[in-house]
Design a protein around this ligand. Structure first.
Ligand SMILES: [Zn+2]
Length: 54
């Protein structure tokens, strides 16, 4: 079983179940969050600007 992102061998049972190594899982999760921002048509920059205004 190899990581779907970097194609390295997965060592832990959990990683094998997910199909991603722990680092690639984090990157994958981050991409999901960014995709959610895009879906809502809000960019991370806009969120940061809102924080600066308030
Ligand atoms: Zn990987």
């Amino acid at each position: 079983m190899l990581c779907q992102r970097c194609h390295r061998k997965l060592k832990s049972q959990r990683s094998i179940e997910i199909g991603l190594g722990p680092i690639c899982k984090k990157k994958h999760d981050r991409e999901l969050v960014e995709a959610e921002f895009l879906k809502n048509q809000i960019t991370i920059d806009e969120v940061l600007e809102e924080k600066q205004v308030s």
